[in-house]
Design a protein around this ligand. Structure first.
Ligand SMILES: Nc1nc2c(ncn2[C@@H]2O[C@H](COP(=O)(O)OP(=O)(O)OP(=O)(O)O)[C@@H](O)[C@H]2O)c(=O)[nH]1
Ligand SMILES: [Zn+2]
Length: 359
């Protein structure tokens, strides 16, 4: 057996490289994340005379009024002498309102966008802004070897990126809680080096009856700091309290901070909200979908714990649909209306108007 890393391991390595500002090779493209691009590497590429393209999502392209010939993304031509600031101004909306955009931006029409699409997926998975600098390589294998870069086969990568990694129960231990002394915390670890997720089991819920369930997405600001901008903290404590008073339930704590964009990007979104954009518009200006979470992860954990029927504590119909589509029976939706403050009225109203949340 070979000791060489397989495609899942190479993808994990590539995510770490991109976060560090190290280039990776995907298919025939050299790729760097815009957010971590350094002046020295950009200069080296420019001196080598490599034509550079900045790939952004169609959401970001819409804000910048750039043509997205590749439907879900746009490949923007980078001027030969562009500094890092130019690239960041395209990638990051922080200064959109202050600094009028340089433009018009020219989009590439010819060629294949599939390497760029995979690169944006990896940048999102690395919780970076979805914007990547790319350059076409004549001989990707030799270039990667000469520069000690991670080399990913595009077809192999395409096969793994869209399916969530299998999760395995790692450890569980008794955890007495304020709401119930019969608490137990289970840790699940994915095979792809990504975030671990947790299940908090209260009591000993029967596996043959519907279990009171909450799929809670991590919210550092709401869960831990008592942020008034969202309703996450009260929802977390409310759900646990209800499980405690009924004597059993299961709360999945999914590490999908900021609806899957990560805390740094969520803070970027909060800055945009201070400029007057709502929660959905802020995600779009950053180049993200409204919601980047994958609820298949939650369905997988529930099934592996032996549950098949749930009473789901939520106001979000997308969670009901995703569980049903992934083999769980939702016998009841239990509303979870807690934590309204005068800071989050607009946030909750936007979720109802744009994300279909039930009031
Ligand atoms: N991107 C982004 N994420 C946010 C914002 N405010 C809160 N979040 C995140 O949104 C997620 C809220 O998740 P959940 O508690 O599962 O809520 P939900 O999808 O609204 O559904 P229910 O609470 O079940 O009704 C957490 O990951 C928060 O970090 C925001 O303005 N922008
Ligand atoms: Zn929150």
């Amino acid at each position: 057996m070979t000791l060489a890393p397989d495609i899942i391991e190479l993808a994990a390595r590539a995510r770490a490289d991109l976060r560090m500002g190290v280039p990776v090779v995907i298919g025939t493209s050299l790729v760097l994340a815009a957010e971590t691009l350094g002046e020295a590497r950009l200069k080296a590429l420019q001196i080598a005379g490599m034509p550079l393209v900045l790939a952004i999502t169609d959401w970001r392209a819409r804000t910048l009024k750039a043509r997205a010939y590749d439907t879900d993304l746009a490949r923007i031509v980078v001027p030969a002498d562009a500094p890092v600031d130019w690239i960041m101004a395209v990638a990051d909306p922080a200064d959109d309102l202050n600094a009028p955009m340089k433009g018009p931006l020219q989009s590439v029409r010819d060629g294949d966008a599939s390497d760029a699409r995979l690169a944006i997926r990896l940048a999102k998975d690395a919780r970076l802004l979805p914007a990547v600098l790319t350059a076409e390589l004549d001989n990707p294998t030799v270039y990667a070897a000469q520069n000690s870069l991670t080399l990913l086969d595009a077809d192999a990568l395409a096969k793994i990126v869209l399916t969530p990694s299998p999760l395995h129960p790692l450890v569980s231990a008794r955890l007495p809680l304020e709401v119930s002394e019969a608490g137990r915390l289970h840790v699940f670890r994915p095979e792809d080096g990504g975030e671990e997720h947790y299940a908090i089991e209260i009591g000993q819920p029967s596996r043959s009856k519907p279990v009171l369930t909450r799929l809670h997405s991590a919210c550092f600001t709401g869960d831990l700091l008592g942020s008034l901008k969202c309703d996450c903290g009260p929802q977390l404590r409310g759900a646990l309290a209800q499980m405690g008073s009924e004597g059993h339930g299961v709360l999945l704590y999914l590490n999908q901070e900021g609806r899957g964009i990560g805390l740094a990007n969520k803070m970027r979104a909060y800055s945009l909200q201070d400029q007057g954009f709502d929660t959905v518009e802020a995600n779009h200006r950053l180049g993200f979908e409204d919601d980047e979470r994958d609820f298949r992860i939650g369905a997988g954990i529930l099934k592996s714990m032996g549950f098949s029927k749930v009473r789901l504590l939520t106001n979000n119909p997308a969670k009901l649909a995703m569980l049903e589509a992934n083999g769980l029976e939702v016998v009841e939706r239990v509303p979870l209306k807690v934590g309204e403050t005068h800071h989050n009225t607009d946030y909750l109203a936007t979720k109802a108007a744009k994300s279909g949340h039930l009031l």
